[in-house]
Design a protein around this ligand. Structure first.
Ligand SMILES: *[C@@H]1O[C@H](CO)[C@@H](O)[C@H](O)[C@H]1NC(C)=O
Length: 339
């Protein structure tokens, strides 16, 4: 009995341990961008991300997918990767053919832009959800759901014709179901497992203050910049004591090294700037918020410099005058001490 319980606990611990990474949702997204400048030219590029990290790239000029991380293959074998690549080549070719065919049918005007957003996502405690959405000239027109193609509600009636046409192709529909029900989730689980340490890395932000262009006479634009952090969620506020101040938060933008940066600015009366601080909370800081005081740090540096200079003056003074002072004391005291 004890043994069984032990085994059970050990098993549960293994399950919990291995699903640690799924405390956060890691969506796997593939973006396909196909552009047709005229009836004879076309290019198709693919980009793929797992969460915030780019994992794959496939340029039009190449016949092979580029794996951007050591773990981008997930748990797939070389053979499986080769086969997938073959299917993607066929897919790329059929996109070209379909667009040629439907552009004639519906008299679409060049340039034509086609974007396909493909992906799957595991939410903690839920099944994997896959999606395949198609946009033409920047507008979503159709998607693949369950077992067939569906038009987006309220889209132009010509899309219905395309959808009906697509749905006649049983082979592609079967392939799409395999892709969405099995391939994507399998790849997702594999790369989450293989890339766990990269996905869960914590990179600390650096923060600094500066002033931006003055918003008006007697006013200051205080800028708090926070950069180099991963993962993306971050909390940056201008504060007076424990009070949050109204401020403008920019977008969280990517750095080239897969970290992020953010700028939060505050427009204040110059005389009210003293005592304001910028406070940064991030998972990598382990509860030790970064707090930068406006003006405060400059004053403290001034004091440090003043102390250093004073210290030097004292040391030099003592070194130079010690002898004369000693001699002066000796001369005056020694004579008077004699009775
Ligand atoms: C794929 O999943 C859908 C439900 O989302 C289901 O209707 C369909 O039968 C599945 N297809 C295969 C081949 O498993």
């Amino acid at each position: 009995m004890g043994h069984l319980l032990f085994l059970l606990l050990w098993g549960l611990q293994k399950v919990w341990g291995s699903s640690d990474v799924l405390q956060r949702a890691f969506p796997f997204h593939i973006l396909q961008i196909s552009s047709f400048p005229n009836s004879s030219h076309a290019r198709t590029d693919f980009l793929a991300w797992l969460g915030e990290l780019q994992t794959h790239r496939w340029r039009n000029e190449s016949d092979t997918v580029q794996f951007l991380k050591p773990w981008s293959m997930g748990r797939f074998s070389q053979q499986q990767v080769k086969q997938l690549q073959q299917e993607f080549l066929i897919y790329r070719f059929s996109v070209f053919n379909d667009v040629q065919k439907f552009s004639k049918l519906f008299k679409l005007t060049y340039p034509i832009d086609l974007q396909v957003f493909i992906g799957c996502e595991v939410q903690p405690g839920k099944d994997t959800e896959s999606f395949f959405n198609v946009a033409l000239q920047g507008i979503y027109i159709l998607s693949f759901r369950g077992t067939s193609w569906k038009p987006v509600p309220d889209v132009s009636p010509s899309v219905d014709v395309v959808v009906q046409e697509f749905n006649k192709d049983q082979g592609t529909r079967a392939m799409m179901q395999v892709l969405m029900n099995y391939t994507c989730p399998q790849l997702l689980h594999g790369i989450i497992e293989a890339g766990k340490s990269d996905l869960e890395k914590q990179v600390k932000p650096e923060a600094w203050l500066s002033s931006g262009p003055s918003p008006g006479p007697g006013r200051l634009l205080l800028v708090c910049r926070v950069s180099g952090f991963y993962p993306k969620p971050v909390w940056v506020k201008w504060m007076r004591g424990e009070q949050e101040q109204p401020a403008q938060q920019g977008d969280i933008l990517p750095n080239a090294d897969e970290t992020w940066h953010l700028r939060v600015t505050m427009d204040v009366e110059s005389r009210e700037a003293a005592g304001l601080s910028c406070r940064v909370k991030h998972s990598s800081l382990g509860g030790q918020d970064i707090i930068l005081y406006w003006g405060g740090s400059r004053i403290s540096w001034m004091w440090i410099w003043a102390l250093v200079v004073l210290g030097c003056v004292l040391i030099v003074g003592i070194a130079c005058f010690r002898r004369p002072i000693w001699m002066w004391l000796k001369r005056h005291c020694s004579y008077e001490d004699i009775p």
